[in-house]
Structures are given as structure tokens and as C-alpha cells.
Design a protein around this ligand. Structure first.
Ligand code: SF4
Ligand code: SF4
Length: 378
């Protein structure tokens, strides 16, 4: 990434709006960072020069505060609470509806979303990795979800290298960041005077060509690479793949500690609020509900995000498989970090740190993993 062979261009700082204008001209609805309720979320840009500047996000367990970036950069903020998950896996959407016709018969109809082509500007490497996991779930062979597929196909992703990871980030240890390596249409690295830009798809190449950029110099490419290395080195949290170079994998270590007393300890702090699953870019659990019209003549079948921390999520006919918070936290952590390997061939954690910052009581999964795997207690 950002090597000589990437055919990288250089977009001067005062021409960033031309990238947004080009995407708009090509028919994309453009989403970019916006401040809402004190946090950075992705919202539709009304004008090509509508990207905010000079923001950073200070993050710690149970804490997120926007601060000022002394260098007045566009993308100095580490990720906010919202990944790009809602753009492909909608928090709530209709799967089908039923209506009584004039003869009294029920007519069923599938509802496929009519979504505009969307360009998202400011996607992070961890979010691209998470989207690949969502793809593996929703687009798997023989079980392709048409609602997800429809939204996903319309996305154009403009990734940005993280230069200022949050204190909660650990994507370097999961191998998912901070420099985007795959899954983007365009990737940018922000330097003091502009952006090194590379295309990752034919769509991205077409946008880059239309901008008619001068090639990035070897010095600019090197500065982008060094910036990525420095951002990785600045991360203080980590998640081990193995407990030691020749020791247990994290998967086996966690599955061998299902009765560890640490599960009781973390359960005594966990509120089972589900914030961690709502902000997690890889969580895909959902529930299906029916919303009948008051007159009884029609009904919509809805899919909504759900959480394994909710009591109802573990409810089977006649009993609950996860009746207490201990079993729900354990389910979340062991699915995310252990059995996900069996399903998808890798961990379900991309190191974005959101579940740490947005947990109201500051539970930190890297700390929980360290406590669970410390010593020999199973
Ligand atoms: S770990 Fe934190 S965010 Fe997750 S359910 Fe428990 S209290 Fe809520
Ligand atoms: S488990 Fe936490 S750190 Fe890992 S991807 Fe989900 S929100 Fe991010």
C-alpha cells in the first residue's frame, strides 16, 4: 500500500472538494464525517466542501470526547461510534409485507430496498475488514441476503489511513489497520499539504482518472508509509493471536476457560445494555418482528438489530439458554474471539476499540482477555 507500484496520485489539500464533486457528478450520494451529539458519525454531505476539519477524538474505556486537532487536518479523528455497518446491514428494514386485497385474500410481497448509490468518505481500515466479515456472513454461498446485497453493491468506499489512532484502537495487532490494504475503491493518506490517493477498484480508478492528478512523488509515498507505521507503533492495546509463540491459540485458550471465575467478575460490572454489540462493526445478530397495521388489513415483517446481551435473544421455547449476564458476556466474547474462527476462518474482532470506548462502565475486552488467559486457571 502506498508503494511505487500503486500508481498513486497526489490530491492537494485545497482540491479535496473536487473529489467529492466528482463523486456527486457520477451520481453518488456522498456520506462523510459529521458531528452529531458530540460524536463523529457518517451523514450525507450537502456540498462538496462540507467535510469538517480540525477534529480529533479522545477515547478511553467508557469515554469519547471530541477535541481540536492542532494541525487542522480533515481526518485526524479516530473512528466514531458508527462504522459503515448501517449502510449495508440496516438497523431496521422491512423484509416483506402482507396486505388483504379487495376479495379478502392475503397478498404477500417481498420488499427489496431501493437505495441510492452511496460514496462513503473517511472509511477506516478496521471498518473495511469488518465489512469483509459482514460480506462473509450475508453473502455466503447459497444464503445470499438480497437486502444486504442490494445495499452493499451500491457502496463506493473512500478509505483514509489512520494517522491518529485512538487510545482504544488495536487494529495493528489484529492485522486490520491502520493503513487500508484491501476492500476500498479509493484510499487516501493525509499529509500536511494534501492526499496520496490510490485506486483499489475499476470504479476507483475511473474517479482518480477524472481528477487528473499529478503522480505522487517517492517522498510523498514514503511519508504515507511512515505515517502508517508510526500510527501502528502508537497503539498501546493489543489482542494476541496466541498466548505465546508456541502456546495455545486465543481460540483454544478461551474455549478451555469456560468456567473461569473471571466471567463472574466481569458479569458483576456488565449492565447487559448491548452498546458493545450495537457499535461493533462485525456483529450481525438480528431479530425479526411483525408490525401489523391498526386496522388489521396489512402487516410488515421487519428485521432489526439485536444483541446477544438481551434476555430475549437466548430465549428458546420453554427456557432461556443464556439466563444470566455471565453467560451472555461469555457468549459474546467466545463467539467473537474463538468460535468465529470456526465459522469464518478468523477472529470476529478487527481491533476498532469501539466496544471499549462506548461501554458505559468501561469494560475493555483486551483487559478481559488478558485476565482470562493469565496464569494456568482454566
Ligand atoms: S460489556 Fe459494556 S457495553 Fe457491553 S453489554 Fe456489558 S455494559 Fe453494555
Ligand atoms: S469486538 Fe470491539 S474492538 Fe473488536 S471489532 Fe467489535 S467493537 Fe471493535
Amino acid at each position: 500500500m502506498f508503494s511505487q507500484s500503486d500508481h498513486a496520485g497526489f490530491l492537494p489539500l485545497d482540491r479535496l472538494h473536487l473529489l467529492v464533486a466528482q463523486l456527486m457528478q457520477q451520481g453518488y450520494q456522498c456520506l462523510g464525517p459529521a458531528v452529531e451529539n458530540g460524536a463523529i458519525v457518517m451523514r450525507e454531505l450537502e456540498a462538496s466542501d462540507g467535510l469538517p476539519r480540525g477534529l480529533q477524538a479522545e477515547q478511553a474505556p467508557g469515554r469519547y470526547r471530541l477535541t481540536t486537532d492542532p494541525q487542522n487536518r480533515y481526518f485526524a479523528w479516530a473512528n466514531g461510534p458508527q462504522a459503515i455497518k448501517p449502510q449495508a446491514f440496516a438497523p431496521k428494514e422491512s423484509l416483506w409485507r402482507v396486505e388483504r386485497d379487495a376479495t379478502g385474500m392475503l397478498q404477500f410481497e417481498a420488499v427489496i430496498p431501493d437505495v441510492p448509490a452511496q460514496a462513503i468518505i473517511g472509511v477506516r481500515a478496521c471498518d473495511l475488514a469488518a465489512l469483509a466479515l459482514q460480506d462473509a456472513h450475508f453473502l455466503r454461498e447459497g444464503r445470499r441476503d438480497p437486502h444486504y446485497a442490494q445495499r452493499r453493491e451500491e457502496l463506493f468506499l473512500v478509505a483514509v489511513q489512520c494517522a491518529e489512532p485512538g487510545a482504544t484502537c488495536f487494529c495493528a495487532s489484529t492485522g486490520d489497520g491502520p493503513t487500508p490494504t484491501t476492500g476500498y475503491d479509493l484510499a487516501l493518506a493525509e499529509l500536511p499539504d494534501g492526499f496520496v490517493a490510490v485506486a483499489g477498484s475499476a470504479k476507483g480508478g475511473a474517479v482518480l482518472s477524472a481528477l487528473n492528478l499529478s503522480p505522487a512523488t517517492p517522498q510523498q509515498l514514503d511519508a504515507a508509509r511512515q505515517q502508517g507505521l508510526a500510527a501502528a507503533a502508537a497503539q498501546t492495546r493489543s489482542l494476541p493471536g496466541r498466548l505465546s509463540p508456541s502456546g495455545d491459540t486465543l481460540r483454544d485458550a478461551l474455549m478451555g476457560r469456560l468456567e473461569n471465575p473471571r466471567w463472574d467478575e466481569v458479569a458483576s460490572r456488565c449492565l447487559a445494555c448491548g452498546n458493545c454489540t450495537a457499535v461493533c462493526p462485525t456483529c450481525f445478530c438480528h431479530a425479526e418482528i411483525d408490525e401489523p397495521a391498526l386496522d388489521g388489513q396489512a402487516s410488515r415483517h421487519e428485521r432489526i438489530w439485536d444483541s446477544c446481551f438481551g434476555e430475549s435473544h437466548g430465549h428458546l421455547h420453554g427456557f432461556n439458554v443464556r439466563p444470566d449476564i455471565r453467560s451472555r458476556y461469555r457468549q459474546w466474547l467466545t463467539h467473537k474471539l474463538a468460535t468465529w474462527h470456526d465459522q469464518f476462518g478468523r477472529s470476529g474482532c478487527v481491533g476498532c476499540g469501539r466496544c471499549i470506548a462506548w461501554c458505559p462502565v468501561g469494560i475493555d475486552l483486551t483487559e478481559e482477555v488478558a485476565a482470562l488467559t493469565a496464569g494456568g486457571q482454566p
